[in-house]
Design a protein around this ligand. Sequence first.
Ligand code: NAD
Length: 540
Amino acid sequence: MLHGAAVLADPLLNKGTAFSERERDALGLRPLLPPRVFTMDEQVQRTLGAVRRKQDNIEKYIYLTNLQNRNEVLFYRLVIDYIEEMVPLIYTPTVGEACLQYGSIYRRPRGLFISLRERGRIAEMLRLWPHDGVRLIVVTDGERILGLGDLGALGMGIPVGKLSLYTACAGVHPYYTLPITLDVGTDNETLQKGPFYIGINEHRARGAAYDSFIDEFVTSVKTVFPKALLQWEDFGNANAFRLLNKYRRQLPCFNDDIQGTASVALAGILGALQITGGKLADQRILFLGAGEAGTGIADLYTAAARAEGLSEAAARGRCWFVDTKGLVVRGRGDTLAEHKVPYAHDHPFIATLAEAVRVLKPTALIGVSGMAAGFTREIVEAMTAVNDQPIIFALSNPTSKAECTAEQAYTWSRGKAIFACGSPFAPVEYQGRRFVPGQGNNIYIFPGVGLGALSSEAAEVTDEMFLAAAQTLAGLVQPEDLALGRIYPALTKIREVSLQIAAAVAEVAHRSGLARAPRPANILEDIRDRMFQPVYRDFA
Ligand code: NAD
């Protein structure tokens, strides 16, 4: 047991001014703290006030990061109690700005930086992490950080932020989490030339050099942390699909940008169908953008529609894509990336989204292009002309890149659209009705999926688990949400949502023989009992 100043320096033990009189004596803290003992509630109010007094979001981010590094239990208590206010500060959109400035706001290390220079010694590096028994790793190579592109080693803000969400939203104990940045160089010249860039000064490794480095990393993770679940995060398009497909059967891993997004979007569609009364297998979905998010959604839709009895070919045939070159069709004249090929149908080429809407008459339009204003008035009106209640999701982040705003979707569709967005939009009043746009935030999915995979010790994370997560999430939407047009539960319910998803995922793991942990008598209660709670332990 630590003693004195060492206790205060350990963020998982430190209670700051909340150490009781007896604890101060028992742990040798008495003169190291000011005399007055505060309750945790008082500490929460004090820290909340401090956050609110900061003028800009990056200052709030820095304050919260420092709190996390000083007193982790208090940090999580604050984040959980004020989740709607805190999530945008510790994660998107603020985390994007924080990554851009990571070099200059960097105060204290968190997580592991493993660069090309450590090639051949990665296992040794992992063993230097001070906590044993790591169960959850989020790793990035910084190539495609949010919508910001290649940020190299500055991408560390993302694994750190995602793991904070795991603890806040799903109660994964912070002790078992490990953020990792693989620094394989950067092709971002501006960054490299900057005076405070924290990564290695090389161009990105590609090809065999990159692949062997990743291979060594995966092998080392399996050796050093055999029970760890690995989440691939913000890898570039060319690597994301490849790495997922290569490793998904070698160790429990998933890619949130592909699979988490797919699951939350599918949950949104299922939620929307609760309003329209339509069937999943009858939808025709047109995507703007054929990247990780778009084809991930289409793949999971295919799995879900197959479960409703559609053939794979028929299910894929219900998903259509428009990318930068127009409608993705067979024989378009360019070499299609592998992930687009299953959706290149035999159909005459169409150059624009507006024309594709008129010709294909989709029931749902999903924007995952990162292209602001991609859904014009003409397009929303065309969707409304062919559907009583068109499903329109503008999922691109940040808000400035959304394909249309909530207000545009509701007004151009004369209040008919069932709308969801990637970034938050304020409620909209239209002709005396109040619409609350649902935010299709991956935060609804990945913490619960991770918790379920962890608690069952799943050997693999399968598409069936993401499907179960989507169905569970959609099942938690309340009639009062639907009445407001909101197809996701309120964020304030996130811990219960994550728990329910975790139980559903663990159930799939046990049912499909992938669970390595024994099946508990009551999966949900077993997981609930083990969730991290932001309460101080009693040392006296
Ligand atoms: P990506 O880079 O893998 O794919 C983007 C795709 O859009 C590519 O196919 C590209 O060709 C296409 N595209 C770009 N500009 C276009 C244009 N002008 N017209 C037509 N197509 C165009 O990126 P991704 O991971 O698929 O993410 C795409 C967007 O989705 C991002 O803005 C991201 O923030 C958002 N996203 C949202 C969520 C969410 O809301 N839960 C989750 C993940 C991603």
